[in-house]
Design a protein around this ligand. Sequence first.
Ligand code: PMP
Ligand code: GLN
Length: 375
Amino acid sequence: MSKLPHLTTSIFTIMSKMAVDHNAINLSQGFPNFPIDERMADIIMDLAKADVHQYTPMAGYPPLMEKIGVLTLKSYNRVINQNTELLITAGATEAIFAALQALVRSGDEVLILDPSYDCYETPILLSNAKPVRVSLNEDYTPNFERIAQHISHKTRLLILNNPHNPSGKMWQENDFIQLENLLESYPNLLILSDEVYEYIAFENQHISVNTRKKLRDKSIITSSFGKTLHLTGWKIGYVIAPEHLMKEIKKVHQFLVFSVNSLSQAAINLYLDSFEIESVSKLYQSKRDFFANLMKDTPFELLPCDGTYFQVASYKHFSKENDLDFTKRLVTEFGVATIPLSIFYGDGTDLKRIRFCFAKDDETITKAAERLQKL
Ligand code: PMP
Ligand code: GLN
């Protein structure tokens, strides 16, 4: 008997395959389509002959761990102990899986704020725990009244994702204050803060849980070099957590992968020496604006996008189709692949909204918009 009978192929795989099958422009799965930075290509070539091809220590390649420590200090003024509070993982996916497997016990409940990215639920189910899905407001701000209604003595952990996939919404100071107030009544509740898009923030600065003194001692924070360095296929991420939690997370990591790709870690370590982390937000802000401008000539209504490389658009005013059918029709009839937002909800809520990934070169964005202008 299957342990996960409800699980099927992810929408990202389905839509990317549909894009290939129908020769469509793929704005569905989130990944950049521009070429790797030449400097990174040179680093890889140089490293090919260096001594970086055997196992790294279990928790990560030490020089990169040191650099993440420096980055965390510079970005958030947080000093982390690299030996006890940091772990380099096979993407944020592994960080999230290892953290949930290590910390969530049978019978626990875990709050997931919907719409939510798809990798949270499975490790909770495999822990024999219960995912409790709580909807965000329709503008994707957290609804603390609703969150409070779903917290019980069984709640072990709350997952938040900021900046948010799929909506691009970012938490503001007041959201954190409300969360901190709520947690005063639940001192044992842990936070998993998925911050993989932390360096893709536009008008407002990203507020990391790393900066929240009341939260960070009970928080597991995940990040991904896949997003920050435009290298999603490398699957290198990391997790920061206080020592007593990290000790448990490392136990799972040790037997899930032991250690992660050495060449990629070494290359990222060298690349970070001269990488301007601020360039990431600038790049994607200009892409967001370029895309939004072209989309003005389509019938879509774009929702605000504060960060990430995703743009949500509503089609409610011109079609009543369910969002999965709508996105399938966009691929087959208009040659543009996107993601329906209902798949990010536990209960399939369909607000007639879809997600575009704008991490693409100008030509791809222009062509996609031209096709959508025919709608
Ligand atoms: N969390 C969110 C919100 C994501 O969008 C992604 C990337 N799809 C991940 C986690 C996983 O990141 P990685 O590719 O580094 O495993
Ligand atoms: N994070 C990517 C997205 O939201 C998907 C990655 C994947 O396919 N697992 O599009």
